[in-house]
Design a protein around this ligand. Structure first.
Ligand SMILES: [Zn+2]
Length: 230
């Protein structure tokens, strides 16, 4: 069955609700969705009312019609591999009538306009495009001493040493290419995005390899460092 997209309305969880259930805050709706996902078995089609509930939310995804394809037969929860390294997260997948499947973000329908901003999309894609580089740093430095707290690093976060943050490197590379963020077409691979133009992707990857200064630190330490510096 093909289901129409539902136009995004500000605070729709409060004004329209989900299947008649009103959520006073976006947070309340997030908690409900997380709770459904947390108690679902991997790869087992969700039964109603959970399935109907999530589909009603996902119809506000800006790309719902393309995601839906020939029609959604079932919705399943899977463990999505992390982009590059880190912790795998539970994500939603749509199984379609033609047996194809696609992952879909339930966070996106909650964001303004039912989509993430273009800037965020490009930044996420840029991060994904250099994931092999950050993973290599992770593998090389795992088990060594943390440069911030001196404790051993068994799990970690690959950090771009300031001021050469990923955003800064991306901006500098765009300048070098004579492009702006809006010029970068992003291919939606579901949870992960990639640059549609593979030549540009290769150029960015080379630029990042030559210019990024990476280190491995504990998760959250880059945030505290950033806070200290402001
Ligand atoms: Zn540390």
């Amino acid at each position: 069955m093909i289901l129409s997209a539902i136009p995004y309305a500000p605070k729709w969880w409060k004004t329209e609700g989900v299947l008649g259930e009103i959520f006073p805050t976006q947070h309340a709706l997030k908690l409900r969705i997380r709770e459904i996902i947390a108690r679902s078995e991997f790869d087992v089609p969700l039964g109603d009312p959970s399935r109907a509930f999530l589909v009603e939310v996902l119809r506000r995804h800006h790309d719902w019609l393309a995601k839906q394809g020939e029609g959604v037969v079932s919705v399943v929860v899977r463990l999505n591999p992390p982009p590059g390294f880190g912790t795998a997260t539970r994500g939603l997948w749509l199984i379609r009538a033609d047996a194809t499947e696609v992952d879909i973000s339930w966070v996106t329908p909650l964001q303004a306009g039912g989509k993430s901003t273009a800037k965020k999309d490009v930044a996420l894609a840029a991060r994904k495009e250099v994931a092999d580089q950050t993973r290599a740093v992770f593998e090389r430095l795992r088990g060594t001493e943390c440069p911030i707290c001196s404790k051993p690093l068994f799990s970690g976060h690959v950090d771009h040493i300031a001021p050469d943050t990923l955003d800064r490197l991306l901006a500098d590379w765009l300048t070098q290419e004579g492009l702006s963020l809006q010029d970068i077409e992003v291919a939606d691979l579901g949870v992960e995005n990639a640059f549609a133009d593979r030549d540009l992707a290769a150029s960015w990857s080379r630029y990042h390899l030559a210019n990024a200064k990476l280190r491995l630190i504990h998760p959250g330490e880059n945030l505290s460092v950033a806070r200290l510096k402001t």
